[in-house]
Write a protein that binds this ligand. Structure first.
Ligand SMILES: NC(=O)c1ccc[n+]([C@@H]2O[C@H](COP(=O)([O-])OP(=O)(O)OC[C@H]3O[C@@H](n4cnc5c(N)ncnc54)[C@H](OP(=O)(O)O)[C@@H]3O)[C@@H](O)[C@H]2O)c1
Length: 255
């Protein structure tokens, strides 16, 4: 029996190089540290928290993988190109790209300003376009691209309009890119976290929200960054070679 996925995967996972955008904190950090247990090297991208990113690099190196922190605003085309160039300069190429960095903002559409639209679409739709476009030409044969979206694209809750629309644009790009890169055995998928315990959630406004979401969630709690990291760890593995163009709902059954 032949296994086209195996044949196309030219590099063993433990020799691969991963890039995780927004991995100085939160879900991105958990993903970077999880991938470090599977791959040879991780590029830790951050925007402003250099100390946090340096800490992630240390943790990864202590676990036996190589790592470098690279500052880049993923809403800026030149900085996104520079980020991918850095990955190439440090580690010779990329096999796995996880686009996780984002900016959230909530409020009724009737009160949203033009500036709110530009800010959220730059940090989400435009940034995802810039990262996926670069990933499409830089990822090696049989590589993996994962986009961290949000369950808001499935729940349609009041106040999430701009953020959900920015993320939904990214999910659409993922579905199309999966079809464009399939002939190179590259998979492209979205993961949709539900509410997950990070700084972003803690500062999002309503302190009762965590309890409310936990009560509504079939699995009875909100997510932890490690829940998402394990899913991404699966999606980048050889075991997930037959999954592409999908939006994976990761919210404990809430959506
Ligand atoms: N937490 C949740 O409940 C939840 C739910 C659904 C979906 N998500 C999604 O999960 C992802 C991670 O969320 P999180 O809660 O872990 O966020 P977080 O704790 O706020 O961390 C955000 C990360 O993104 C980086 N970042 C922000 N803007 C950036 C930019 N312009 N360029 C480069 N890096 C940037 C930050 O870097 P600095 O440290 O340098 O600022 C940080 O590493 C996001 O895509 C979010 O939409 C989260």
């Amino acid at each position: 029996m032949t296994d086209a996925g195996s044949a196309a995967r030219t590099r063993p996972l433990n020799e691969q190089v991963a890039l995780v955008t927004g991995s100085s904190r939160g879900i991105g950090r958990a993903i970077a540290e999880r991938l470090a247990t599977q791959v040879a090297a991780v590029v830790v991208n951050y925007h402003s928290n250099a100390d946090d990113a340096a800490q992630v690099v240390k943790t990864i190196q202590a676990a036996g993988a190589d790592a470098v922190a690279v500052r880049a605003d993923i809403g800026d085309v030149a900085q996104v190109r520079g980020l991918f160039d850095s990955a190439h300069e440090h580690f010779g190429g990329l096999d796995i790209i996880v686009h996780n960095a984002a900016t959230a903002s909530f409020g009724p559409l009737a009160e949203a300003t033009d500036d709110d639209f530009d800010l959220i679409f730059t940090a989400n739709a435009r940034a995802t376009f810039l990262v996926l476009r670069e990933a499409a030409t830089r990822v090696r044969e049989a590589g993996r691209i994962v986009f961290v979206s949000s369950g808001v694209t499935a729940t349609h809750r009041p106040g999430t309009g701009l953020y959900a629309a920015g993320k939904a644009a990214g999910e659409q790009l993922v579905r199309v890119l999966a079809r464009e890169l399939g002939s190179r055995a590259i998979t492209v998928n979205s993961v949709l976290p539900g509410a997950t315990r990070t700084e972003a959630l803690a500062t999002s406004g309503d302190p009762t929200m965590i309890e409310q979401v936990a009560a509504l969630t079939p699995l009875g709690r909100i997510g932890e960054p490690a829940d998402l990291a394990d899913i991404v760890g699966f999606l980048v593995s050889h075991d997930a070679r037959w999954v592409t163009g999908q939006s994976l709902h990761a919210g404990g059954g809430l959506f």
